[in-house]
Design a protein around this ligand. Structure first.
Ligand code: B12
Length: 249
């Protein structure tokens, strides 16, 4: 019987992206270090990414590292998954690297003393895809808001009770699955019933403008950075319908 002399390449055929690595010409940022940040997310390197993010943070603001390094990296992972090039193990590694990077940036941001207002965020019941929500949390905190993070897979009832208790200026929701985003209109209906007219900004891959237009309080949050602009408007006293008209047209 003939045995393989080198076993190291056995698994590499399944990892087509890495095989084609040398041919890639993708540029995610004009800045060399932010380019490396994006690439470490793509390669799912949750140890080296800490060093690279720390280096980038020496001359870039945490928000810039998130927007121009970490997010483009994760967008590329989503694309590779969508094209069937990445499988679950690679996606899990990339998500871990992304989360390490966000944690680093959040530590660097610190906490401003004065809070502008409270925002509650959550990932929908049944859904554990929290990367978008964590980006939203980081950007809102950096902008001076107190973020009450309810976490992932949050029951509708808990979201509603938290709103009753904390009376936030804004509620944020993330859903990446068509099966879980249905929690949002249910939350909105319960809030309206309690006469809590809290603008409810919903984001995540599964959600779009048509969906949020279908229920009162709902506003579509296309990108994480919109959460900050929308929170500013809510703070100025704009109603959910005025905010929806401004941001969703
Ligand atoms: C990473 C990932 C995972 C990771 C999640 C890690 C984590 N901690 O989040 C892991 C590997 C754990 C995972 C598991 C699963 N996944 Co998955 N996953 C993905 C993947 C590849 C990327 C998602 C992502 O993080 N994108 C990057 C983030 C940054 O994007 P985002 O959340 O949309 O956020 C952006 C905006 O939407 C916005 N935003 C988001 N939230 C908010 C909120 C506010 C207030 C605002 C203003 C903006 C905003 O801001 C962000 C950027 O600016 C997608 C594929 C894809 N193409 O999207 C599948 C995908 C979401 N997964 C899918 C599935 C089916 C699953 C599993 C069920 C797989 C399985 N069979 O076990 C499980 C889910 C279990 C569960 N109950 O949730 C499906 C969902 C299908 C559907 N439409 O219903 C997708 C679409 C893949 C596919 N095409 O099949 N997954």
């Amino acid at each position: 019987m003939k045995y393989l002399e080198d076993n190291s390449l056995i698994f590499s055929r399944y990892d087509l992206f890495r095989e084609q690595k040398e041919e890639r010409t993708h540029r995610f940022s004009h800045d060399a270090l932010l380019q490396e940040v994006a690439e470490h997310v793509i390669h799912g390197d949750d140890e080296k990414i800490i060093t690279i993010v720390d280096q980038a943070l020496e001359y870039k603001r945490p928000e810039e590292v998130i927007r121009e390094g970490l997010i483009p990296g994760m967008d590329e992972v989503s694309r590779l998954w969508g094209e069937g090039i990445y499988f679950l193990p690679q996606v899990v590694l990339s998500a871990d690297a992304m989360l390490e990077g966000i944690t680093r940036c959040e530590e660097k941001m610190g906490r401003p003393m004065e809070k502008k207002g409270k925002v509650i965020t959550h990932t929908a019941e049944g859904d554990i895809h929290d990367i978008g929500q964590l980006i939203v949390n980081a950007l809102l905190r950096a902008a001076g808001y107190e973020v009450i993070n309810l976490g992932v897979d949050v029951p509708v009832d808990l979201v509603v009770r938290s709103c009753q208790q904390h009376r936030p200026i804004l509620l944020g929701g993330t859903a990446l699955m068509t099966t879980t985003m249905t929690a949002f209109p249910r939350i909105a209906a319960r809030l309206k019933h309690l006469n809590l007219q809290i603008p409810f900004v919903c984001g995540g891959g599964a959600v779009n403008e048509d969906f949020t237009a279908g229920f009162d309080l709902g506003i579509w949050g296309k990108e994480a950075s919109w959460a900050v602009g929308i929170a500013e408007d809510a703070l100025q006293g704009m109603t959910w319908s005025q905010i929806r008209e401004k941001w969703n047209g």
